[in-house]
Ligand binder design. Structure first.
Ligand code: TYD
Ligand code: MG
Length: 453
């Protein structure tokens, strides 16, 4: 009998070692090595049809059939992947359980009218998927379901059916016979992805993989999984809100700063094409502590509400907490207000919230955060027809941000009456062409005088 071969794999980065190690030499993590059975010699995997033997070609001689991208009939998803799926690409979509990954992918499968889609599910039965499709309320004749987890069984079906798009729900449930360890283990995930990737490249079929994520929010499996695929998308959202955000974390064929927004309904996910409207809360009378920021995610300008609450500290050490905004950045802005502009915030509790459960990392939101904090501190509301777009520097100067014009235009479109921007942003710009009033500021004091005096 052939001896069973085992090897140790790092659960974090996928490094392999013949013996157990306490610390991974490649990623430096401790206690991540797990023994897995491998047995390459005796069993053979499914043999892919060979696409002719490869030989070196001159780059100028490579023909690009204009790389026709596959339209997914979903504006948000199309934009996030960079304008449709590239043939032969592998996309990995990760997200917490219950966030709606399966729903989104089934919707895509049902939307692509006339495209043969194979939805491989290792998580749900055919009946369950059928019920979900009825709930979504869409029909497509060319959508096929396969509830199978062994790649050796899947590939002959793929060859027979020749689908134009393959969805795998989820990569953690697949297993290949080449490797003995159980489905979901590092080596299984890696091998199955490699097989699917090979299939995708040879047949030029796009493949979408759904991936589970671990407790700390990274995709379960080896880190190299993310290196192997062409695009990594993250589907996230706050459970308490119906909104879901789709981000590209890695994209070989497009930008990673694009964002897609959906709303979960009782009948599936709906695209949100005008995010500013949902991110601004509707209020009739002005309330102190609220300021609106004109931000840009990817190519799309968005107006987002920042809410601050400043109150006298009840205990010795003042609390600083923020939701949807980096707390360290908040602390820095508060230090700037204290040190450079003389506001006594060191003895106050400061809470900050970005409305809609969205997370922003753009520096252009700084000025709105400062305005919200000052407004709450003074207890004077800011008009809800005012918005802000500028970064705040360590010396209290208001710094310019990129692409100011689309921000101003978006604010104008949504009916705002004035926008505060950095003085340095307006060089060579004709502000008279806007109907919105563009107000340049240089220092925090200028802002304070303009708002509260
Ligand atoms: P699902 O796609 O199963 O999540 P994942 O595959 O990421 O684990 O999403 C399931 C959740 O979405 C579930 O809590 C119910 C909710 N949902 C709706 O609110 N409306 C719908 O039309 C559907 C299909 C699901
Ligand atoms: Mg699912």
């Amino acid at each position: 009998m052939a001896k069973i071969k085992t090897s140790f794999f790092c659960q974090n980065c996928g490094a392999q070692s013949p013996k157990w190690l306490g610390k991974c030499p490649s990623c430096g993590e401790w206690n991540t090595f797990v023994e897995e059975v491998i047995q390459r010699e005796t069993k053979r995997g499914y043999r892919m049809p060979d696409a002719g033997s490869r030989k070196p070609v001159r780059i100028s001689e490579v023909t690009v059939d204009s790389q026709k991208r596959l339209d997914l009939h979903d504006q948000e998803l199309n934009r996030v992947v960079g304008g449709g799926l590239v043939p032969g690409s592998v996309v990995l979509i990760g997200g917490e359980p219950g966030i709606g990954k399966s729903t989104l992918m089934l919707q895509v499968a049902l939307q692509c009218e006339g495209l043969k889609v194979l939805y491989i599910s290792g998580e749900e039965s055919e009946q369950q998927i059928r019920m979900r499709s009825e709930r979504i309320g869409m029909k497509q004749d060319e959508c096929f379901i396969l509830t199978e987890t062994s790649t050796q069984t899947i590939f002959p079906f793929l060859e027979e059916l020749q689908p134009g798009l393959v969805v795998v729900d989820s990569i953690q449930t697949l297993s290949t016979q080449v490797i003995e360890s159980s489905a979901g283990s590092i080596s299984q995930i890696r091998e199955c992805t490699a097989e699917l990737q090979k299939y995708s490249k040879i047949t030029n079929t796009p493949v979408i993989l759904i991936g589970h994520i671990t407790k700390d929010g990274t995709i379960a499996g080896p880190k190299i999984l993310e290196h192997m695929v062409d695009t990594v998308l993250q589907f996230e959202g706050d459970r308490n809100y119906g909104y879901r955000i789709l981000r590209a974390v890695k994209n070989r064929f497009g930008s990673t700063s694009e964002l897609g927004i959906y709303e979960m309904h009782d009948r599936g996910l709906r695209e949100v094409s005008n995010p500013s409207e949902i991110l601004l809360s509707h209020r009739d009378e002005p309330i102190s502590g609220i300021a609106i920021a004109a931000t840009i995610e990817g190519l799309r300008p968005m107006l987002i509400e920042t809410q601050a609450l400043v109150s006298s500290a009840a205990y010795g050490t003042p609390q600083r907490s923020s939701t949807g905004f980096d707390t360290r950045r908040l602390n820095m802005l508060l230090a700037v207000l204290e040190k450079r502009s003389g506001f006594r915030l060191g003895v106050k509790d400061v809470f900050l919230n970005i409305a809609g459960g969205i997370r922003v990392d753009e520096p252009a939101i700084d000025l709105a955060v400062v305005a919200a904090v000052l407004s709450s501190n003074e207890d004077v509301p800011i008009s809800n027809k005012t918005c802000f777009a500028a970064e705040v520097g360590l010396s209290g100067e208001i710094r310019p941000v990129t692409r100011i014009e689309p921000r101003i235009l978006e604010a104008e479109k949504l009916g705002f009456e004035q926008i505060f921007v950095s003085h340095y942003n307006l060089k060579g710009m004709d502000v008279k062409k806007f109907s919105i009033q563009v107000r340049p500021v240089k220092k925090i004091e200028d802002l304070w005088i303009a708002l509260f005096r």
